[in-house]
Write a protein that binds this ligand. Structure first.
Ligand code: ATP
Ligand code: MG
Length: 368
């Protein structure tokens, strides 16, 4: 009980002192008694007590106990127990509306006071837990809604392509050259790959959320790793942009840096593909690798559409896409995966962006 602070608001000094002494004897921490509603609000903001015992009728100041309790609930969401004497029904009705955590009728016994305080504290704790569970439930629901809207939006295009090409092949393939047939077979397989990639992203996220992804670092030939990744992305994006890869460091150690290749791949592939996706054709992407102290710093900079200020707080949320994406396809999962992978790797992530001018992401990973 040592750590539980109970604040007493009572304008009759003798009664206030008595309650304070009793509570202290019972082991609670009790600041000096407060005699007006205004002071009670000030003090609550300052010390954030665990519970407030509030006299319903306060004759000092403008606020009575009920007004003060209501303001405490709205501003601080802290539990209030009312102290009452012979209170009329109207006042009691008003008091009830502030949803107090209990009433104690004066004069009262020590045991009564202790029981009421303990019950109020337990009820408040249970309510907070319930609130947290509800919040989690709400978040999950929102995630589900965003997922459903992403799937219905993003799966429609590849499915339409598959359907269209299949119908054309069914009806005309006997008249077509192999080359023409191949165009449609390729369209089908690209669409399937795209859908598989989206599903993989959702699964990766699910796994990292349930802590199934583990950090498994080992020596990695980082320069070759980056070069191979760049080549792969260039093929996937049909050489849409050039990627200027610079290694600003000579790895001085005998061994390669210690990194988790799977996590690193998630990080760099997503950031580089964003840089390509959100840039106009034939743009240059700058990709730098620098060794600083015991960290590897990766910088990926583009001159693309940029991230609008109003979206900046939300880009790491699953399925969030910025308002300026237009018809550029995406699921809004890439950066969520990047963030989780950087966290698992014990690294940090920063970005700066100017709408219409470009974006730079900087990732710092400890690597030894
Ligand atoms: P995917 O899951 O396929 O990666 P996505 O690219 O839409 O889809 P994220 O990579 O998570 O999703 O990025 C979230 C949003 O942040 C994007 O939709 C885009 O609006 C914005 N964004 C990310 N990187 C950039 C960038 N380099 N330039 C401009 N906007 C960006
Ligand atoms: Mg992306």
């Amino acid at each position: 009980m040592e750590n539980i602070t109970v604040m007493v608001v009572e304008d009759e000094a003798v009664i206030g002192m008595d309650i304070r002494n009793t509570l202290q004897r019972l082991g609670y921490r009790v600041p000096p008694v407060i005699s007006s509603g205004e002071k009670a609000l000030e003090k609550t903001a300052e010390i954030q007590p665990n519970l407030i015992l509030m006299d319903i009728i306060l004759n000092r100041g403008q606020l009575d106990g009920i007004d003060t309790a209501k303001m405490i609930r709205d501003r601080f969401n802290l539990p209030v127990v009312f102290l009452t004497a012979h209170t009329d029904t109207h006042t009691l009705d008003r008091a009830k509306q502030t949803q107090p955590f209990g009433y104690i009728v004066k004069p009262f016994e020590e045991r009564e006071l202790q029981t009421t305080v303990e019950i109020a504290l337990a009820r408040y704790k249970a309510e907070c837990e319930m609130q947290k569970a509800l919040e989690k439930e709400r978040e999950l629901n929102e995630l589900k809604t965003r997922f459903v809207s992403m799937v219905s939006h993003e799966f429609r295009t590849p499915l339409t392509t598959i359907m269209g090409s299949t119908e054309l092949l069914q009806n005309y393939s006997h008249k077509w050259s192999d080359e023409k047939k191949n165009i449609h077979f390729n369209r089908i397989s690209t669409s399937v790959q795209h859908m598989t990639q989206m599903l993989d992203d959702v699964l990766t996220l699910g796994k990292s959320e349930s802590d199934c992804v583990r950090f498994q670092p080992k020596p990695l030939d980082i320069v070759s790793f980056c070069q191979a990744l760049i080549e792969e992305l260039q093929v996937n994006y049909d050489n849409k942009c050039t990627i200027d890869f610079r290694v600003k460091t000579n790895w001085k150690g005998e061994d390669f840096p210690i990194l988790d290749d799977k996590l690193l791949r998630q990080i760099l592939a997503n950031l580089l593909s964003n840089a390509i996706k959100y840039s106009p054709e034939h743009c240059e992407i700058r990709f730098e690798l620098e060794y600083r102290d015991r960290d590897l710093v990766f910088t990926i900079a583009d001159n693309g559409i940029g991230i609008p200020e109003s979206d900046r707080d939300r880009i790491f949320e699953s399925f969030h896409r910025c308002q300026n994406v237009g018809t550029i396809q995406g699921t809004g999962l890439g950066l969520t995966i990047v963030k989780k992978s950087v966290d698992l790797h014990g690294g940090t992530l920063e970005f700066c962006s100017q709408e219409g001018e470009g974006t730079t992401f900087t990732i710092t990973l400890p690597c030894s």
